[in-house]
Write a protein that binds this ligand. Structure first.
Ligand code: PMP
Length: 395
């Protein structure tokens, strides 16, 4: 007897696999220098320090057990102290919620804050991980562009003046993925004022803030308004495998997230949370470690930007790469980055075309280049290959 396959939830019909994940399968060839991935450099991750912390945690009583849904209490204490320093006010332990990476915070927050059809404002180009979450929540998404000072908050003000009422605004305020830019202090203040005046939530998604190369980023948007939920993560400063992210959120949001986290996974891993607490509490070691990551990434970023400007001249503009892991580049000579990609792969270099981050199409002449996992000489070679592919494209 033939069986009838039961249907899946209707909200799945509009969802697609991330174009970037599909692309990474193509770029995995050994001869290709990949600037496409968005990964931190595993060689810079503190393997021995993690091993020592793991051994320590395993010799204690609690690390094999379930832990509390909002996270292992001593980790939350360490995080509350860090967030207090960051926000310039006393952040209580009861405001800090540990999640399975900040990606889980996005997913839980979408459930807590959004009804189907709710308006969500995102940045364009967008962090695709957030876009996927908001699309899965059946949100109505409006994308506002970035410029060199981050989100165009003036356009958000216009949207509000036209009568639109967003439930939330998502911003990657520091060293944007994929846009490479950092929101200016004035825009942070303006965004916080709008959130207070109109009563919407801001999710300030900040996994890259500590990876600055020249000067620290301005104070977080969350320093100016309690309507801002700040997300951060151990993934880029220690290691993604810990799956330790955290949010600083007001009590109503905290309670909602707690209820949903129980349903999602009961709690995070007591073992990796103890490892994270050990490393994050070791201030002298941590600052030295983060400084070494900054120095390595900063040298790579400079090499990439220098090579791009040197080889392409005024045929291309790119961000300055003042922190984080990404450079965003725009061809000014009409080159279509998506059409160029097969030739670039043949020449032995990969990147993500800008269109993969576009919310409603566009960015065809743009690309995201990740500098975190290649050394300066390799990045220079990658740009040479890209320039070669670009030239053959013009023949
Ligand atoms: N937000 C942004 C902007 C990111 O780039 C990433 C990682 N690519 C995340 C959130 C999620 O990171 P994690 O879950 O590892 O903390």
């Amino acid at each position: 007897m033939s069986s009838t396959i039961p249907p899946l939830a209707g909200k799945l019909s509009g969802l697609q696999s991330s174009a970037i994940r599909d692309l990474l399968k193509l770029t995995a060839r050994a001869e290709v220098i990949s600037l496409a991935g968005g990964l931190p450099d595993a060689a810079l991750m503190p393997r021995d320090r993690i091993a020592a912390a793991a051994a320590d945690a395993l010799s204690g009583p609690g690390c094999l057990q379930y832990t509390e849904s909002p996270g292992w209490a001593p980790l939350r204490e360490v995080l509350a102290a860090r967030e207090s320093a960051r926000l310039g006010r006393a952040v209580g332990v009861d405001e800090v919620f540990v999640t399975h990476g900040s990606q889980q915070a996005l997913s839980l927050l979408a459930e807590v804050l959004l009804d189907p059809g709710a308006l969500v404002v995102v940045e364009n180009p967008a962090y695709v991980g957030a876009l996927q979450v908001f699309r899965a929540a059946s949100a109505r998404i409006v994308a506002l562009p970035l410029d060199s000072e981050g989100l165009r908050v003036d356009l958000l003000a216009e949207l509000l003046a036209s009568g639109e009422r967003p439930a939330l605004v998502h911003t990657v305020s520091n060293f944007h993925n994929p846009g490479g830019v950092t929101m200016s202090a004035e825009r942070r203040r303006a965004l916080a004022e709008l959130a207070d005046a109109h009563g919407f939530w801001v999710i300030e998604d900040d996994p890259y803030g500590e990876l600055y190369f020249d000067a620290p980023a301005p104070a977080p948007v969350a320093a100016y308004s309690r309507n801002v939920i700040r997300l951060s993560s151990a993934s880029k400063i220690i290691a993604p495998t810990l799956r330790v992210g955290w949010m600083t959120a007001p009590p109503s949001v905290f309670r909602g997230v707690e209820l949903l986290k129980q349903g999602a996974d009961l709690c995070g891993s007591a073992l990796t949370q103890q490892i994270a607490a050990d490393l994050l509490a070791d201030a002298a070691w941590l600052s030295g470690h983060i400084e070494s990551v900054r120095t390595a990434y900063g040298a790579r970023a400079k090499a990439l930007v220098h090579a791009l400007r040197d080889r392409f001249g005024d045929r291309l503009t790119c961000t300055d790469a003042t922190g984080g892991m990404f450079v965003w580049a725009d061809f000014t000579d009409g080159t279509d980055a998506q059409e160029l990609l097969p030739r670039a792969l043949d020449a032995g270099v990969a990147y993500v075309p800008g269109s993969a981050f576009a919310v409603d199409g566009g960015y065809r002449h743009s690309m995201r280049l990740c500098f975190s996992t290649s050394d300066a000489a390799t990045l220079t070679e990658a740009v040479d290959r890209l320039a070669g592919a670009g030239q053959s494209a013009q023949l």
